[in-house]
Write a protein that binds this ligand. Structure first.
Ligand code: SF4
Ligand code: SF4
Length: 83
């Protein structure tokens, strides 16, 4: 069983996932790959301000809402979706 925990009392919100029993933990959410050209668009559109500059840019997974904005707006499709 997979349990997702949100702490909405902090900004940015905090997310954590727990797996109970023998269930396999399947990562979800979004990841920035080496295709990133560092344009900074994802930083501007992220409602959580949880994307940090770098090579490539990096998503702070514990604060990510999984809204998909970065995935949809990246001009070079550098953001991939973890299923
Ligand atoms: S929008 Fe895409 S290319 Fe631009 S910084 Fe973000 S991940 Fe990199
Ligand atoms: S999925 Fe949404 S919250 Fe998460 S990094 Fe992308 S834009 Fe930010």
């Amino acid at each position: 069983m997979r349990i997702e925990y949100f702490h909405l009392g902090v900004k940015p919100i905090f997310r954590e996932t727990y797996t109970l029993g023998k269930g396999k933990h399947t990562p979800k959410g979004y990841e920035i790959t080496g295709e990133c050209i560092g344009c900074g668009k994802c930083v501007q559109i992220c409602p959580q301000q949880c994307v940090a500059p770098g090579t490539p840019y990096r998503i702070a997974q514990e604060h990510c809402l999984h809204c998909g904005n970065c995935f949809e707006q990246c001009p070079v499709q550098a953001v991939t979706k973890k299923i």
